[in-house]
Design a protein around this ligand. Structure first.
Ligand code: GAR
Length: 198
């Protein structure tokens, strides 16, 4: 039996797409059984529907509190028998109350080499803006386990990407995705799912 994965998303979902495309090749020990968005307009939902993957939308505003939001997430994840959770551009922080329910079973992809340019406030394009502002010559992506510390869980995999002359945050974001995130995330997902089946 394949490990049941839920992918949590907020936006475009290119990392979700990389996971979908990896099913049956790189990703063989797990299957994406559910996609959950915290934003009803996330294009990632369209990608899931095209791949015939069940979707759910959970809005923090509708839940009323962080606690109720996390409870609702847990309820849906349990309903679908989810064993591994992948945060793929999921732009909200989860508290210990949630993360402690899934020790070493929540993965996140972050667009820098942790511990650089990470933690609260560092997400999406902002990460690349800060890397360029600092003037680093190498950046990259990290896949890590998620605990109660934002971007603070154990590192699973990292890949370096060079900064090039003339880079804008948008150009750099794309290069980090192409050269690191879309490759690393399916590989890390496979490693974790395979490990659970041993
Ligand atoms: C990705 O670059 C991901 O690493 C980043 O947001 C982007 C989402 O793109 N995540 C974070 O910054 C989390 N701190 P996608 O929706 O196309 O996968």
């Amino acid at each position: 039996m394949k490990t049941k994965i839920a992918v949590l998303v907020s936006g475009g979902g290119t990392n979700l797409q990389a996971l979908i495309d990896a099913q049956g090749s790189v990703l063989t020990s797990g299957e994406i059984a559910l996609v959950v968005a915290n934003n009803a307009n996330a294009y990632a939902l369209e990608r899931a529907k095209k791949a015939n993957i069940p979707t759910a939308v959970v809005l923090k505003k509708q839940c009323g509190s962080q606690e109720a939001f996390e409870e609702k997430l847990k309820e849906i994840l349990t309903q679908y028998g989810i064993e591994v959770i992948i945060l793929a551009g999921f732009m909200t922080i989860l508290t210990e109350k949630f993360t402690s329910c899934y020790p070493r079973r929540i993965l996140n992809v972050h667009p820098s080499l942790i511990p650089s340019f990470c933690g609260e406030g560092f997400y999406g394009l902002r990460v690349h803006e800060e890397a360029l502002k600092y003037g680093v010559k190498v950046t990259g992506a990290t896949v890590h386990f998620v605990n109660e510390i934002p971007d603070g869980g154990e590192i699973i995999a990292q890949k370096a990407v060079y900064i090039e002359p003339g880079d804008t945050p948008e150009i750099l974001q794309r290069r980090v995705m192409e050269q690191a995130e879309w490759i690393l995330l399916p590989q890390a997902a496979e490693m974790v799912c395979a490990g659970l089946q041993e």
